[in-house]
Design a binder for this molecule. Sequence first.
Ligand SMILES: C[S@@+](CC[C@H](N)C(=O)[O-])C[C@H]1O[C@@H](n2cnc3c(N)ncnc32)[C@H](O)[C@@H]1O
Length: 207
Amino acid sequence: MHNAEAFWDRIAPKYAQKPVKNVNAYQRTMERSRLYLSSSDEVLELGCGTGSTALLLADAVKHITASDISSKMVGIAKRKAEQERVDNVTFVQATPFDERFEPGSFDVVLAYNFLHLLNDVPAAVRRVADLLRPNGVFISKTVCLGDKGLPLRLFVRGLQALRVAPYVNFLKSRTLEAAMEQAAFRIVETGDYPASPPNHFVVARKD
Ligand SMILES: C[S@@+](CC[C@H](N)C(=O)[O-])C[C@H]1O[C@@H](n2cnc3c(N)ncnc32)[C@H](O)[C@@H]1O
């Protein structure tokens, strides 16, 4: 089993109980995201966790394939979809590189609180570009701890040593945007919700 899968499986039940950390920042993220969604959209969400965001945005699009490496997260998400009677979201256990995802088959890819968990962010961004149709939109929000000082990063490394934090890539906002531009995305909108530590919102369109 992949390390990340084991980590997230272990914390899934607790994660499901946790309230949204910053309600204003979350609402702002959802409001901004909705502006780019339409009722004909085929959407892929990466790192969907327990599915709350996919279930919330489902009314704005045709269909969401919501994916996550953790079968435990996906199991919780499926139960929530049944309870909420949402029938246009399909939850699957998968990484972004899963071969079931066909190149050029999505109008929108969503990745909230996700990219910073990956070793090779440029490769993941290129994969997203590949999965999108021409003119498709990549909407992401990513904690950018590379923009913060050393003490915070050392603190995170300490949590990892105690196995209470997963692998985290200390990304800078600028590096993240550069990876998108190199993958032939045009940055349409950015923001930080919240500003500290910067949780960097980026909407990028595939040219
Ligand atoms: C911080 S949580 C974010 C969940 C949700 N997007 C949110 O904003 O609440 C990160 C999620 O990414 C998933 N994840 C971590 N590494 C992954 C990978 N390589 N491929 C797919 N999912 C992954 C974890 O299982 C976890 O559910």
